[in-house]
Design a protein around this ligand. Structure first.
Ligand code: ASP
Length: 313
């Protein structure tokens, strides 16, 4: 089977500045190139997804791992999940701190009896696995938080979600990350990792470690981004996958789900693959930072401006 890959670096309301677009494109393409090569070399969909998520977590431009946004109390708490479509099994961590790659914890939990851990449990797991302590804070995120604190936290979410305005190379503000892969044996997997919305209350739970935000079966796999509450209310990832299982082609499953989400004024985006190798993406927000490899070439959605809610290959 020809492997397929699609990744995202968040969704938002604008993407200004050509320099910014090119910088994000380079970041995304670097990941697509490396991860697609792994798939061609026979890597499983889950291993490819984990590697892609690690790379995106390491890129400070994205709101996951290094470069995560701060919560209202000035702390970083990250969430990530991994779903192996072949086993239809989700694992994840919610509001974990001081770790470089939250996706690795999700991966470590794949074979555990207890597969989704919240803050205390995740910290315990970190100790158990002897993962070195890591500070994912970047100066830009700290300054963003200080500014918001001075304005008394009026924003609904950090710039990474609400305004993806790429001012310069160093202040590129983009979002949560996700990777969806189909391997040469026809297995699907999805992974999503986030620093959350930014400025949220302590204890707020993101969609990224729920089937609403990250879901995969043998039929289809989806990763979402945007306002977590909107994604949860739509149960977006599972909604699209179930439609595919019920016989709706992936592109139409995206279209139907995005039309419904827009009617309810949701602010979100999603990427996905199905078992036949179809690739699709959709958004109700203004921009979706996604890139893909269809087996022949790399493409992206960075300058997608035809007004449509979805795209597919
Ligand atoms: N969905 C994430 C959350 O609400 C944020 C994002 O996608 O940027 O936690």
């Amino acid at each position: 089977m020809q492997p397929k890959l699609i990744i995202h670096g968040g969704a938002g309301s604008s993407l200004k500045g050509k320099g910014g677009v090119e910088v994000v494109r380079r970041s995304l393409y670097t990941v697509v190139e490396e991860v697609y090569a792994l798939l061609l070399a026979g890597a499983s969909a889950t291993d490819a997804v984990v590697r892609g998520c690690q790379m995106l977590e390491d890129d400070p431009r994205f709101n996951a791992g290094t470069g995560s946004v701060l919560q209202s109390d000035g702390q970083i708490r990250m969430s990530a999940s991994l779903m192996d479509g072949a086993y239809q099994r989700l694992s994840g961590v919610i509001n974990v701190s001081r770790v470089q790659h939250p996706i690795e914890l999700a991966q470590a939990l794949q074979d555990s009896h207890d597969r989704v851990l919240s803050d205390i449990g995740s910290a315990e797991l970190l100790r158990e696995l002897q993962v070195p302590i890591y500070n994912p804070l970047t100066e830009i995120r700290l300054q963003e938080w200080i500014q918001e604190r001075d304005e008394n936290f009026v924003k609904e979410a950090a710039g990474v979600v609400a305004e993806t305005e790429l001012v310069s190379e160093t202040t590129a503000r983009v979002g949560t990350i996700g990777v969806v892969a189909l391997d040469e044996r026809g297995r699907l997997a999805a992974g999503t990792s986030t620093g959350g919305k930014g400025f949220e209350r302590i204890g707020r739970v993101s969609d990224s470690a729920m089937p609403a935000g990250n879901y995969a079966t043998a039929d289809a796999a989806i990763s979402c981004t945007g306002i977590g509450e909107d994604i949860i209310d739509e149960c977006l990832a599972a909604r699209i996958v179930v439609r595919v299982t019920d016989g709706v082609p992936l592109a139409q499953a995206f279209e139907k789900s995005m039309v419904e989400a827009r009617k309810r004024q949701r602010d979100l985006g999603a990427i996905g693959l199905d078992a036949t190798g179809a690739i699709a993406w959709g958004k109700t927000s203004e921009v979706l930072l996604a890139a893909y490899h269809d087996g022949k070439q790399i493409g992206d959605t960075l300058e997608w401006s035809d007004g449509k809610l979805t795209g597919s290959l």
